[in-house]
Design a protein around this ligand. Structure first.
Ligand code: TRP
Length: 407
């Protein structure tokens, strides 16, 4: 990926508080549509020009919100940021900000990796008590996948139910599908952004090729625009100065690098970002999970039995080959998928620590950590399924309705 924008030249030298993974330089290629090879997050931070989240920043978040930090922050699952301090400073001064996140509805069922940004966004909404806008990029998936428009719109509504099931506060959340909502001030902002980005820049940031359809080239402005508050006149009126914080996985960074380059020229603050690592596939650390391979991931529609089978059969183990060897050497946590998954979803800090110690020292066996993980995931998925079953079409309509929010 060539770097054409000013934003990307602000390369950071200091990478603090971050465990660097080894051997990621070869074959790592991260863009919003593809993650290939093992990801070296320390290098990615430098390459993208964002910053590592420090322990001090996590403490500051606890202080300003008077709430325990989410374990995604404590464990650096959300590990990188841009301008987080500006958001915290604004919040301390009593100035409002809003949250913006989204989902490209490409599949019927979400997998666990898809839930991560929404779980975290829900925490941020509760902690800061701020408005949230959620973009469903049904148009994006028509351009990138061979999806029909009607199918993409249907998937957007189905995915909306899973997102709502994460527990968002309806008084502070507006969700929209691009096909339904583009127009008015939203389209004016898209147009203004498109005018500011040349084809050469878009190529540099996103790697577009001559054979790509022209919708792809125009799309980044559609994902950029919700970072401008007056895209939502029913929430922010014509206010251009409300700050925006975007929680997302780090593969979305190129969109917002472009956004940050352009919007000061249009009279807005640059949006701030808080970015996560990828959720690994069951087979191990090769990047994002794929919704098209049912055995690479756990889906929110899976039964307890399916989860048990998949974990036992496919979850890559860092444990040793024989019982004797495991007792003697212990497991390699760096490559162990059950351990990684527990780090995402086991909230209990003490228990997690104990498991890590026992498993890496050989006191615990792979079968035992897998059994613990199966329970954690199956309970979580069951809870999600119950919550989703309560989300009616009327509730979806209510989240999608253009209306003022508590602000
Ligand atoms: N492009 C994202 C995807 O494919 C969807 C998206 C739109 C998004 N706006 C966003 C993600 C803002 C994070 C933040 O899933």
């Amino acid at each position: 990926m060539a770097m054409a924008t000013k934003e990307t030249e602000e390369v950071v030298d200091e990478v603090e508080g971050l465990k660097l993974e080894e051997g990621g330089e070869e074959g790592t290629d991260v863009d919003p549509w593809d993650v290939k090879g093992k990801v070296d997050y320390g290098k990615l931070i430098k390459k993208f020009g964002c910053q590592a989240i420090s322990d001090e920043q996590v403490e500051r978040i606890e202080r300003v919100t008077s709430m325990k930090a989410h374990h995604f922050l404590k464990r650096k699952t959300f590990f990188a940021h841009r301008d987080l301090d500006q958001i915290l400073q604004a919040h301390e001064k009593g100035e409002p900000f809003y949250l913006y996140t989204g989902r490209g509805p490409s599949s019927e069922a979400l997998h666990l990796g898809h839930l991560v940004p929404f779980m975290f966004t829900k925490y941020l909404q509760d902690a800061f008590k701020v408005p949230l806008v959620i973009q469903l990029t049904d148009d994006e998936k028509v351009l990138w996948r061979s999806l029909g428009i009607e199918e993409a719109k249907r998937l957007a509504r189905e995915n909306a139910k899973d997102i709502i099931a994460c527990g968002f506060d309806i008084n502070r959340t507006f969700m929209f599908s691009d096909f339904e909502y583009v127009g008015g001030k939203f389209y004016e902002n898209i147009n203004s952004i498109q005018r500011c980005v040349t084809l050469n820049q878009a190529r540099g940031i996103f790697g577009f090729k001559g054979e790509d359809n022209i919708g792809k080239v125009a799309f980044p402005a559609i994902q950029a625009s919700p970072a401008l508050p007056d895209t939502f006149p029913h929430i922010f009126g014509s206010n251009k100065k409300v700050r925006c914080l975007i929680p997302c996985a780090i593969d979305q960074d190129p969109y917002f690098r472009m956004t940050r380059d352009v919007v000061p020229r249009l009279g807005y603050h640059k949006p701030a970002l808080i970015e996560s690592v990828f959720f690994p596939a069951l087979q191990g650390d090769s990047g994002k999970m794929s919704a098209s391979d049912p055995n690479s991931s756990i889906f929110v529609t899976d039964t307890r039995k399916m989860i048990k089978n998949k974990i036992n059969k496919y979850a890559f183990s860092g444990g040793q080959d024989t019982l004797e060897e495991q007792r003697e050497k212990g497991a390699n946590l760096d490559v162990d998928v059950p351990w990684k998954y527990l780090n995402f979803f086991m909230e209990d800090e003490e228990k997690l620590k104990e498991i890590g110690e026992k498993y890496s020292s050989g006191q615990m066996l792979t079968g035992e950590i897998k059994a613990i993980l199966i329970d954690v995931l199956a309970d979580m998925v069951e809870r999600h399924q119950k919550a989703r079953a309560m989300v009616t079409d009327e509730i979806v309509d209510a989240f999608l309705a253009k209306r003022p929010l508590a602000f």
